[in-house]
Design a binder for this molecule. Sequence first.
Ligand code: 5GP
Length: 190
Amino acid sequence: MDLLKQRILEDGTVLPGNVLKVDNFLNHQVDAKLMDQIGAEFARLFKDEGVTKVVTVESSGIAPALTTAIHMDVPLIFARKHKSLTLTDNLYTASVYSYTKQVSNDISIDKRFLKPDDRILIIDDFLANGQAVQGLLEIANLAKVKVAGVGIVIEKSFQKGHTMIEKSGVRLESLARIASLDNQEVTFVD
Ligand code: 5GP
């Protein structure tokens, strides 16, 4: 998606540890119009997949997932993060290691919101090592729902997540694919 790539080049900054900071349009301040265009693009890409719900993880995935859900005319579910819970009977839960925060959190979705006839589209802001997506795939497995695909706003293709999803056989669509962040410079795959 050229508009997104251009914005990354204009406003993204590279932090140590292969972290791309895009908090002026995606992760903190949100460019609502750009999010709308991102949602429209995911909806176009996955329009024939029979998606019944869009699923993400709070909080950075919510903006692009919400606009995708609007364009697909389906509900959005965001998995909630928490440290530990005693009462988890009513929840599907998976453990996720956070790339940027370097801590593990449980993520959960209430069992009421996922039913076996659902076909979910997973959306997230970034794909690094694939832990967040892996956690959502685990939850999908527990809930016995089908996964129509994974849509990522910014993929760091040089990290493990891309290969992990490819191997799982789930369709992956990333709107911007970064080949390298070496020397504080963003280089795209294409
Ligand atoms: P993964 O689970 O694929 O290892 O990492 C994905 C999650 O980590 C994303 O949801 C995002 O919140 C965060 N993340 C990973 N890499 C980056 C990055 O380079 N920049 C930002 N802003 N967030 C990242």
